[in-house]
Design a protein around this ligand. Structure first.
Ligand SMILES: [Cu+2]
Length: 167
């Protein structure tokens, strides 16, 4: 799920009066986001190489858009370069460098993933319910007697131990 970013601001600003560099510096471009260029017929959009961007070279664009409202999906991390192909516009500042960052780096969630391992309390509770419904009172009392017997053995052996120590 990416954001849709209108180049130059919400009103559309692919023109000669918008400070595109300042606009871009205030944005975070993440993989999956889309750029929307809105412009009049005086302009177009050319995606170019870094060298052509720096030189405002319009003779060999990677891609050209001229439909007035062009959407460019930022599908991978890295830098992309856009200029206006109208003579003089790029050199006048109508150019845009976009540095797209990976979506993975924008989601810091290692701590929250470790903090809450899902502890399932319901299976033991369900077993207790089955056990109580199936067992009779006599079974419980016999269990209690067995427990008492074991306790007496434990006490007796404890006394024997004390007597041994006393000797
Ligand atoms: Cu232009």
């Amino acid at each position: 799920m990416g954001a849709t970013l209108t180049v130059g601001g919400s009103g559309g600003g692919w023109d000669q009066t918008t400070d595109l560099a300042t606009w871009a510096s205030g944005q975070t471009f993440t993989v999956g986001d889309s750029l929307v260029f809105q412009y009049s017929s005086l302009h177009d959009v050319m995606e170019v190489t870094n060298a052509d961007y720096n030189a405002c070279q319009t003779s060999s664009p990677l891609k050209t858009y001229n439909d007035g409202k062009s959407t460019v999906t930022l599908s991978s991390p890295g830098k992309r370069y856009f200029i206006c192909g109208t003579a003089g516009h790029c050199s006048g500042g109508m150019k845009l460098e976009v540095n797209t960052v990976s979506a993975a780096t924008a989601t810091p969630t290692p701590s929250s993933a470790n903090s809450s391992p899902p502890k399932s309390e319901s299976p033991p509770a369900a077993d207790l319910g089955h056990g109580s419904s199936g067992s009779s009172p006599s079974q419980h009392s016999s269990g209690g007697r067995a427990g008492d017997f074991m306790a007496k053995i434990a006490i007796g052996s404890g006394l024997a131990m004390m007597m041994v120590l006393a000797l």
